[in-house]
Design a protein around this ligand. Structure first.
Ligand SMILES: N[C@@H](CCC(=O)N[C@@H](CS)C(=O)NCC(=O)O)C(=O)O
Length: 219
């Protein structure tokens, strides 16, 4: 059985969502982000991203990490592409062209969208949106997001899904990145195709099951 080292309040959610879609028995072994603990290096600290035993598996000290039949893989989007190819049937690519497109969109989401989405999410989550620094941070992130969100909105308006005209791992990867962006209360009003697609993705039972598990984990 594949094992995922991670926490539900981390990018592991995208892997758990995919596993739920497939019906894959993915065992989640709890590893917390070190910053969530008062003393991550205390002898009785739970397994965390600074624990030597975790660093032996993942030198980058980041979650999630997958272990499958002795094969170790980091990077949440790469993990999803791997799981979809190996276990996901039609959720994965049907051919080399779809595979390339799924990689293209995952990389686009990771490089053009994710960090700005996270900046927005944290500014609101930390209630800094009305401070001068917080407002400036949000404005800068929204500006950087304008071009990629236009591209993705037009793509979804034309095709309905990220790749292949069907729901796939490419939608899960982009939807989880877009979830961070949607931490901004109004930004998606300007991108109606993204808003409709994201709502449909998040209405899926496999997302709802993942989300319930995420909410059940203490912040
Ligand atoms: N690009 C990586 C990012 C991994 C990452 O930064 N994970 C965060 C949690 S979502 C983490 O483990 N942070 C470790 C820490 O801050 O100690 C991925 O997608 O897996």
């Amino acid at each position: 059985m594949p094992v995922l080292y991670g926490a539900m309040r981390s990018r592991a959610t995208r892997n758990v969502w995919l596993a739920n879609e497939i019906g894959l028995d993915l065992q989640v072994k709890p590893v917390l982000q070190a910053y969530r603990l008062t003393d991550p290096q205390a002898a009785d600290a739970p397994l965390n991203t600074l624990s030597p035993t975790f660093l032996a598996i993942s030198p980058a000290g980041a979650i999630p990490v997958l272990e499958d039949e002795g094969f170790v893989l980091a990077e949440s989007l790469a993990i999803n592409l791997y799981l979809a190819r190996k276990y996901g049937g039609d959720l994965g690519p049907r051919d080399a062209l779809e595979e390339a497109l799924m990689e293209q969109w995952a990389l686009y989401g990771a490089t053009a969208v994710e960090s700005f989405g996270i900046a927005v999410l944290y500014a609101y989550a930390d209630k800094r949106e009305d401070t001068p620094a917080g407002a400036a941070e949000i404005a800068a992130a929204v500006k950087s997001l304008t071009r990629p969100l236009k591209v993705i909105d037009a793509h979804l308006a034309a095709h309905g899904h990220i790749v292949g005209g069907r729901f796939s791992v490419a939608d899960i990867n982009m939807a989880e990145i877009m979830r961070y962006v949607s931490g901004h209360p109004t930004i998606l009003q300007d991108y109606p195709a993204i808003a409709a697609w994201l709502a449909a993705c998040q209405a899926r039972p496999a997302f709802q099951k993942m989300w319930a598990a995420r909410l059940a984990e203490p912040a």
